[in-house]
Design a protein around this ligand. Sequence first.
Ligand code: ADP
Ligand code: MG
Length: 246
Amino acid sequence: MNAVEVRDLSVSYFGEEALTKVNFTIPKGALAGIIGPNGAGKSTLLKAILNLIPKSGGEITILGSPLKEVRKQIAYVPQRSAIDWDFPIRVKEAVLIGTYPSIRFLKRPGRKEKEFALKCLEKVDMLEFQNRQIGELSGGQQQRVFLARALAQQTDLFLLDEPFVGIDVASEEVIVRILKELRDAGKTIIVVHHDLSKAEKYFDELLLLNKELISSGDVNDVFTPKNIAKAYGGQLSFLEEMVKPT
Ligand code: ADP
Ligand code: MG
């Protein structure tokens, strides 16, 4: 079964097309990377999958169903730059919010939810920071807290937008380990990543994007010099360093 099926997806902002007739599928249980240069439409693609922005054409099926039936099965971690870090909330409450969809209407989170939120914080090695304001954390710590919040949602599909930007090596290692654990537990994870390094190491499936889909599928088939050159256009000196000869 496919976790995500996207057919002929187009998205425009004020008449300008950001995505043009994009087609791909991501199999259930994959750890997939979406890669492409700045402005390629990577964040737009995640937002379209979440129905946060209107599409100008095409169809999206999630876990075999139309999006509106499975919205609660998707956890989303936005780009860090899109989050208001001055919002006055402590780490443990930010994670507790993740449990809300599983709480019945008008019921407040109880001990069970609070304990689970702390368990998720422990998974990302952030338990000792539970009483900190989110604005008082480093980039890597913030990213780990938002991953904990996503874990608290207990979903089958995870979408993360540039989780490795501006974070420390230790945080990156923690996040990669957890993403691989989720994959091994049968969850599907889609990660936006603007950087070619480590793409082969991190992902099973790859999607190369630059407004249109350049290539998608098994990382070994997609990650070729020809495809990368197509996605990254003229940035060739950079490519020579990044792409090993085949
Ligand atoms: P990426 O995440 O790959 O860097 P984005 O999806 O953020 O790319 O953006 C794709 C294109 O759409 C860019 O040209 C960007 O300027 C434009 N864009 C993104 N969001 C908006 C918006 N809210 N309004 C207008 N244009 C936007
Ligand atoms: Mg983006």
